[in-house]
Design a protein around this ligand. Structure first.
Ligand code: HAM
Length: 421
């Protein structure tokens, strides 16, 4: 039988099958990041993969709306798969109005985007992120930035930078050039680095900006400085915002992460819900952003009718793992039990159950391999202990336990194992 054609054996374009080796590595990263978020007082949430399309489309921005997996269910409801967790969190808080503020929530879960698949860009991927809702303080901005920095460090990347800008400063900068700020312009600027400078200029010209102003704008946004110097740059546009960023910088210094922060006017972000500070994180030599975030003070009001300041970040888990060089984690089996004869099988099962009750993992051979073959396979898959129960052992009331790494064998009384010792 020929079976399925090759294209159907593979996952749907842009999606991936995760092997146990990769999945266990992902689980470890999940544990480390969850513990970190909890240590900052954040609590985990989950929401449905499927949302009302109207909720998703409200403030996503045109590029993202085009990336939403859209469908109708059998009752004709217009639905979509969530493309991030910020929108579901905002929706959830719009009916849970009495949740004590500020709300500190985190997530580690899948999101879906009908993006053009390429290296580091998938249609189904994991995001770890936090949302801090109900505070407008610059200290809230610093807490979220510091937590993002700690998350990157926690997976083992010491060499990283978080590039920060502010939508309000960007607005002032555009106005200083006589350009009216708009989502269209930000969407074009967000393409910087992804398309050539000449293409950017012609896209800006397409929005009615003349060539000279367009190149002036591009050179203005190319000037990044350490974040400690941001207040000086911002003061040229707005004194109050300069003071705010000075307070953020001071708090970041207290966290000890200020040196990892840069002021970069080219960071504008592709999502439409941002209203204040915005940022993206870059790790090691990895080219794409491993994370992004910012303040979205109007989004929750859009759903609940109640003005609620908020900010957060999300990290692309697969990208961060790649930047950290994490590809797989071993999860070796503790015991492989080999009953040499048919009558030893029942004993092998009892031994396995006793070991499992103690928290160990154990597999009983299914009787399809010779002892030699089973030993070879166990060595290859990194089993810790190989237990042999043969006729001799049964007579003596013992089992033979081979330590695969040390290549040593000991005999242990069956009654001791069964008693859980
Ligand atoms: P975002 O920048 O769209 O922000 O996504 C966050 C991160 O998810 C990116 O930096 C990237 O690492 C990863 N990512 C995005 N698209 C893909 C893809 N196609 N394949 C693999 N990884 C990808 C947000 O989602 C906002 N909700 C962040 C936020 C939280 N803002 C406020 N709170």
């Amino acid at each position: 039988m020929p079976g399925l054609e090759d294209s159907l054996r593979r996952p749907v374009r842009g999606m991936r099958d995760l092997t146990p080796e990769y999945y266990y590595a992902l689980r470890r990263v999940e544990e480390v990041l969850s513990r970190l978020a909890e240590s900052f007082g954040y609590r985990r949430i989950e929401t449905p993969a499927v949302e009302h399309f109207e909720v998703l489309a409200k403030k996503a921005g045109r590029d993202i709306v085009n990336e939403i997996y859209y469908f109708r269910d059998k009752a004709g409801r217009e639905l979509g798969l969530r493309f991030d967790m910020t929108v579901p969190v905002a929706r959830m808080l719009s009916y849970r109005l009495d949740e004590p503020k500020p709300v500190r929530w985190f997530y580690f879960t899948k999101v879906w985007r009908y993006d053009e698949p390429q290296h580091g860009r998938y249609r189904e991927f994991y995001q770890f992120g936090v949302e801090l809702v109900g505070s407008a303080s610059p200290r809230a901005d610093a807490e979220v930035l510091a937590l993002m920095a700690r998350a990157i460090e926690a997976v083992g990347v010491g060499d990283y930078v978080i590039r920060i800008n502010d939508r309000r400063v960007a607005d002032r900068m555009l106005l200083s050039l006589g350009i009216k700020p708009s989502e269209e312009i930000y969407r074009v600027l967000d393409k910087r680095g992804k398309v050539s400078e000449e293409e950017l200029i012609s896209m800006l010209m397409g929005l009615g900006i003349d060539r000279e102003k367009a190149s002036e704008l591009l050179s203005l946004i190319s000037a990044a400085v350490p974040y400690a110097e941001a207040p000086e740059v911002i003061s040229k546009y707005d004194g109050e915002l300069a003071e705010r960023h000075s307070a953020v910088a001071k708090a970041l210094e207290a966290f000890g992460v200020l040196d990892h922060m840069a002021w970069d006017p080219s960071i504008v972000r592709g999502l439409d819900y941002y209203t204040g500070i915005v940022f993206e994180a870059f790790a090691g030599r990895y080219k794409l952003a491993v994370g992004g975030g910012g303040r979205y003070d109007d989004l929750i009001e859009l759903y609940s009718g109640i003005k609620t300041p908020a900010l957060g970040f999300a990290i692309g888990v697969e990208r961060l793992m790649e930047a950290a060089g994490i590809e797989k984690a071993e999860n070796p089996l503790d015991y492989y039990i080999y009953p040499v004869s048919g009558e030893a099988y029942g004993v092998a099962v009892e031994v396995a159950e006793a070991l499992r009750a103690k928290g160990a993992s154990a597999v009983v051979d299914l009787g399809e391999w010779s002892l030699r073959e089973a030993l070879e396979r166990a060595a290859k898959t990194g089993v810790r202990h190989f237990i042999i129960i043969g006729k001799k052992e049964l007579e003596k009331g013992v089992v033979k336990i081979r330590d695969m790494a040390k290549r040593e064998e000991v005999e242990v009384e069956l009654s001791r194992i069964k008693a859980g010792l």
